[in-house]
Design a protein around this ligand. Structure first.
Ligand SMILES: [Fe+2]
Ligand SMILES: [Fe+2]
Length: 152
């Protein structure tokens, strides 16, 4: 039984139909950022622990990276679709362009980390790759939260 809804909702479209409101878009992006941040923290911790010839750790890291990648790629896609609608008028083109660049960089770094993982599995190289990925993702999230998601 659902006893948690004590506020009447007169505009409920059951979540899957109808355009999302700016508040809903912001809330979803913020919650995905929190999820990505948690997944990143796991990947970072694991990458620091990969030693020489540590196949088990490499496999574990790859699994975590793939899990991160699924959430990350869906998130980038959602933002490309919805974020421009949150920009001030006259800034939509600029925002969309900057976002595309940052997202493309994240996709490329992600692919290259996976490639490195499959080709070399050298611990120190992985740490560098994961740090680069982490910085690109976290910078983008911080930038978005500052410029687009902060309430007036
Ligand atoms: Fe983004
Ligand atoms: Fe984002």
């Amino acid at each position: 039984m659902d006893t948690g809804s004590d506020t009447p909702n007169t505009s409920d479209t059951s979540g899957t139909q109808g355009p999302a409101t700016p508040d809903e878009i912001r809330a979803r992006i913020r919650s995905e950022h929190a999820q990505i941040s948690a997944l990143l923290a796991r990947v970072e911790a694991l990458s620091e622990r990969v030693g020489e010839d540590d196949t088990e750790a490499v496999i574990a890291l790859r699994e975590e990276l793939v899990a991160l990648g699924e959430v990350l790629l869906a998130h980038l896609h959602y933002e490309e679709y919805q974020l421009p609608s949150l920009a001030d008028e006259g800034k939509v083109g600029e925002l969309a362009e900057g976002m595309r660049r940052e997202h493309q960089a994240q996709r490329e770094i992600f692919d290259s980390v996976i490639r490195e993982l499959d080709e070399t599995a050298v611990g120190s190289k992985l740490v560098v790759g994961v740090r680069e990925l982490s910085r690109a993702i976290r910078d983008d999230m911080a930038h978005e939260e500052r410029e687009i998601l902060s309430e007036p």
